[in-house]
Design a protein around this ligand. Sequence first.
Ligand code: MG
Length: 267
Amino acid sequence: MKIIRYENEAGQIEFGAINASGKTFKLDGHIAQSPKVTTTPSYVKKLLAPIQPTAVLCIGLNYRQHAAETGAKVPEFPVLFCKGLNTVQNPNDPIQLPVHLKSNEVDYECELAVVIGKTCKNVSKKDALKYVLGYTCGNDISARDWQKNFGGGQWCRGKFFDTFAPLGPCLVTADEIPNPNTLSIKTILNGQVMQDSNTSDMIFDVPTLIEFLSGSTTLLAGTVILTGTPQGVGMARNPQVWLKPGDSVTVEIEKIGKLTNPVEAEK
Ligand code: MG
């Protein structure tokens, strides 16, 4: 099932299921508990991020060709960092370039976002996908100057600004994507393809990440895992490419869809 979260004409937040002909009908019940599709058409005034996460866990350096382009060694264990809940942004809403705490080096990163559906701990790789509610597109927006030079050697400052985690446009339930490590994944900036890879290039696949992240650690239902980005980031290009006001950036993942956000300066 393809599920969207949206604001209706009365300003209430609802969930809807998109059918094969692209029409959306209201869902009855919680999205984690096999909701029923009603016959009431959805009135989508505004599309929202498909989930309000309980946590946003991110994996760095998880694609072989991206590790190579940044000159980093292939890590022995997954590299974990976090984004705040403040970073979540809706489809079509702007990515805001930090002005007050200035960044001159804001970059895109297309990522497969895994949504955990059931609270879990110490999950084995074999059982890991049973805990996945579904998948969506994510963009791990990164202020490289704060990430690399002014962040005290860790990445959170550069990854934690408001609007730095667009999610969407829909959540595709796990039954429709039995193997999440076979999907083409792209970033398109102003119509130009900047990243073009496949989730099969991940160093640690999705089951391995869930086993690792749940080790001695409770993963709450609603946790979003951003699983890393492939090669082609703006930082590693020659010349380097940074997001600027007026840009439009799209993350596209096979079987999920396109997540597009304009770019503007923080007001
Ligand atoms: Mg990333």
